[in-house]
Write a protein that binds this ligand. Structure first.
Ligand SMILES: [Zn+2]
Length: 361
């Protein structure tokens, strides 16, 4: 556990660190992880994604389990090889996606039963099942299966979900350790992260953080934020948690957050890792970030004759090769997917440059 992550320096709460993976790859933190939901970052080749300085790719267990199935990815050599990424990968547990199914899921202590939205089949996910699927998918970092609830649920449901998340974490750890012994006697298995829940209650968050940190996990994730609360509420919670992390050398991962304003705040509160579909999804809808976290639409009329790149001075593939705003505007109007992909390169690079600005030189 100790050589997986090390903090090189901490300045005013900002941590600069290194993640070391079993294939020898090192990823410096803070870092942003692009999302390759079903085994691809939409319309972007692995080379383009790598050119943004991204080191870890995320894939969704829920989607890959439904199609094509963990066994298919396993037969293809695991997420990294199958996606032709050839670098570290992280899979989520499926807990969040199951939560978004709303009424068509049924939660019990054993796990969650739901209907496959595609073909109507009944599917059951439990902590053990999620860990088994993630071991099949073969990512380098896997996530505990958690019970995610709506922030507006009543307090007793928030507590119930948090306590269940804690009980489920113990089951995840037990199953993970069983599979590690079975398949990785050399000790080069995947790393398991626990997830802190507790909604917007500081009391519950504190209790959850203390519990997760007391468990045999390799990383601490903060879940259940960026799900509809205000920016102020999210930032207040990050500030609250900032000085509550223990000194163990474990990375802090804020799940589902990828807006530069929120990332800056989180990094200043001791967060090391992020993931979100926002930069690539925004790009597909023509929205990009430029200096000062300003968001502009490349479809704007004022760019019709602009022969400038998205952001003068940006070192991303798209800006360096001078794909102009005039070109982007025309391609978006023609529904050409290359525009979204190349704007996605810029947005990902924007977030990686933001992260690099906080790292030790
Ligand atoms: Zn750029």
């Amino acid at each position: 556990m100790s050589d997986f992550f090390s903090v090189i320096s901490t300045t005013k709460g900002v941590r600069s660190g290194i993640l070391k993976f079993r294939d020898g790859t090192e990823v410096t933190t803070p870092t942003f992880m692009p999302v390759g939901t079903r085994g691809a970052v939409k319309s972007m080749s692995p080379e383009l994604v790598k050119s943004t300085g991204s080191g870890i790719l995320l894939a969704n267990t829920y989607h890959l389990h439904l199609s094509p199935g963990g066994e298919v990815v396993k037969a293809g050599g695991g997420t990294s090889k199958w996606m032709n990424w050839h670098g570290p990968t992280l899979t989520d547990s499926g807990g969040f996606q199951v939560y978004t199914l709303g009424k068509i899921r049924k939660i019990s202590e054993e796990g969650v039963k739901f209907r496959n939205p595609v073909n109507g089949d009944t599917i059951f996910l439990s902590p053990e099942k999620s860990i088994q699927i993630q071991h099949d998918l073969g990512a380098d970092i896997i996530m505990a299966f958690d019970d995610v609830v709506d922030l507006h649920n009543e307090r007793h449901r928030q507590r119930e979900a948090m306590e269940r998340t804690h009980r489920w974490l113990k089951r995840c750890v037990t199953e993970h350790e069983r599979l590690l012994k079975l398949n990785f006697p050399e000790g080069d298995g995947p790393k398991l992260f626990g997830i802190v829940q507790g909604g917007l209650s500081k009391e519950l968050r504190m209790e959850s953080l203390e519990f997760i940190q007391s468990q045999a996990v390799d990383g601490i994730a903060i879940g259940g934020l960026s799900v509809g609360e205000t920016r102020e509420e999210m930032h207040e919670m990050l500030e609250f948690l900032a000085d509550k992390f223990d000194d163990s050398p474990r990375p802090h991962y804020l799940m589902g957050v990828g807006h530069p304003v929120d990332m800056r705040k989180a990094i200043e509160c001791g967060i090391d890792m992020f993931d979100c579909v926002l930069p690539t999804r925004n790009a597909r809808h023509s929205s990009v970030w430029i200096t000062g976290d300003e968001q502009i639409s490349l479809k704007a009329e004022r760019f019709k004759l602009s022969n400038e790149p998205i952001e003068v001075g940006c070192d991303c593939y798209s800006c360096v090769n001078n794909f102009t705003k005039s070109w982007f505007r025309a391609q978006y109007k023609a529904n050409e997917p290359l525009a979204g992909a190349l704007a996605g390169v810029h947005n990902l690079r924007y977030l990686q440059r933001l992260c690099e600005g906080y790292r030790s030189k």
